[in-house]
Design a protein around this ligand. Sequence first.
Ligand SMILES: [Mn+2]
Length: 339
Amino acid sequence: MNYNNSEINWKKIDEIISSKDKILLTTHENPDGDGLGSEVAMYHHLIENGKDVRIINCSPTPDMFDFINLDNCIETFNEDTHVEWIKDCDIIIVFDVGNFNRTRDIKVVADKFNISVMNIDHHPHPVDHGFKYNIVDINSAATGCMVRSYLNSARTTPLNKKICDGIYVAVMTDTGCFKYSNTDTYCHSIAIECLDNGVNTNYIYQKIYENSSRKRVSVLAEMISNISYELDGKFAWSFITNDIMNKHHASKDDLEGFPDFIRSISGVEAALMIFEIDENLCRMNFRSKGKIIVNTIARFFNGGGHAFASGAVLHEPIEIAKSTIINKTKKMIQDQLDA
Ligand SMILES: [Mn+2]
């Protein structure tokens, strides 16, 4: 089955999911609100339908999402305790992954035991994506919107609050609180439905966006002081080294939203954050206000993502990576501006 950005027949997809009894749900490493919210929504739907279902991710759940992790339903992969359960699953459903490799240990287990995998995602995927069932809609604002569409076909009863909490988290986070250019009427209709079902939207907003640790603010201050402007201020970028991270005892979770912050600057069309991962590896995250396509730049560095939000890694020490990335990015943005 391959719905690669074509009209999706959710009834057919439900026939497959309904026929399975033992189901693993998962998402990409360093999970975000869309991946986690999609899993949680699907989990509560499948539990209601009597399925043997678990959520197991390759990375831990960031603290800010604790409020949807009821009864610790979101587990972190542990080779000693989970392989035994996963190995005879009827199907694995992965959400929001962009690339199957980003499920890390889960993909290793899926491959080893030859388990069927269904992909539900709004990222572009390569032709050889490796999924038995590939369900992709790159026009969907969030994977959570696709899960909502699935539930519409799969259920005859209204969504319960637990499902709505998951859907709302997914859609709210991937639309930047209904602000980004991907926000459409469907996103708002989902928000209305969630409000009608008792979702406490302000509580969720505060949990996710008004919960900054002091170490995050300290790292943010360093990031801001490191911003450089290029191309008459149309392109701005900054970086975070491990020295900065260690100085403030910060963790990866503290860096959420930094690329969006740079994009928010007046006159900036394209934003870039470079993060040092280790002495020979950096991560880059691009954001665009809508004029510059940034996944082409990410793809040059063997990464991927959406037209206006993308990323890649580069195996170079950060001091070298900075000039490699900035020179190429400036050139590719200039080419788009000239076109
Ligand atoms: Mn997403």
